[in-house]
Design a binder for this molecule. Sequence first.
Ligand SMILES: *Cc1c(COP(=O)(O)O)cnc(C)c1O
Length: 432
Amino acid sequence: MKFYSTKNKSLQVNLKSAVLQSLPPDNGLYMPLEIPKLSDNFLNNLSSMSFQDIAYEVTRHYLSDDFSGAEIIDIVVAAINFPAPMVTLREGLHVLELWHGPSLAFKDFGARFMATVMGRLVENEREKLTILVATSGDTGGAVAAGFLGVENVEVIILYPKDKVSPLQEKQLTTLGKNITALEIDGTFDDCQKLVKTAFLDKEVNEKYLLSSANSINITRLIPQSFYYFESYKQLEQRDTPVNFCIPSGNFGNLTAGLLAKRMGLPVHRFIAATNANDIVPQYLDSGEYKPRPSTPTISNAMDVGDPSNFRRMEDLYANDWDNMKKDIVGYTYTDQQTKGAVKEVFDKYTYVMDPHGAVGYLAAIEYDQSYPQEQTIILETAHPAKFLPVMNPILGDIDVPERLAILKDKVKVAVELSTSFESFKEWLLFRS
Ligand SMILES: *Cc1c(COP(=O)(O)O)cnc(C)c1O
């Protein structure tokens, strides 16, 4: 499979280049040249397949030029090693729990898959691959856990001092091995600037073979289609239209759903749920895409003012607004409404939903008022215990899973640096 740039369809590269570059040189986004259509046989037999079987069938078309069948199986087995169970709140309203991975957010699917594929692509290279990544919180934890112990790859994570939650910080700073955390005395934007400058620096590039773990990497997108099929499999009845409701920020998760639909999954509609950062719902309303600086909210992993995957969505619909509107509906909610939804879901269904999922719940309910004969699967994108300062005042102290609770007692190891590129560069060039 070749991958093309959304800015220029004749700029085409193989998987290895698409993965290691992340972004095409023309600043477009990579897309698969053909989206494989899965057989009816596959769709009819989903019930008899494991999650890993499904992942193999969905992904093998994208990887088969670069890996043998046995290697693709190995990749899937290594990357998709936690489940995506579905919970039914009431008839026609389901929740797909995507937080059973190591960092308790759906980003584990993309990060683990990317780490596994990248590790394979460089395992026979003489030079080690160094991933530089700036994080404002969630991405760093998933990337660190995904790459932990991957041979021939090291990860350097830059995070802003005092600006990630204490548990998020522990997720970045307690792993050791091939993961190094740099605590930057500045903002997320400063971290990102240091990473960008390093990519352009001659001496840094002479010492390191650099890559990024950017969320727009195609190997983070592909595995996010797997669980659309996996949840469809878990539906008890499929004779009413099936919608997916996706709490969205950069719209990678929703774009992966669009890929699943193109591959043949019978999705009726995608419900795009956003917080105050409602650039895409506004686009669906008006036909005008107007990015703007992001607004902070309590569902902060969705605080995105210029969603990077929007270009892929446009590409999939050949820039046809009317057609996109047939498949995707958008809704937006305030923090106050979101808190109300956390409480409502608990009161009605004794289910604890995180603030991102709660935005999805509101959208699913609003959609249902117009189309009550359909059914909707809400993607629950993170475990609620990742957001205790929001959750506990609403529901009282909620349960914290063991693998999050133990982080509290682990010792943080981080290198403290200023925002000056010279000091970052010196550290990169002269560290032992
Ligand atoms: C990243 C994230 C989102 C947004 O996903 P996109 O693919 O960027 O739209 C939603 N919820 C949580 C918990 C996240 O970490």
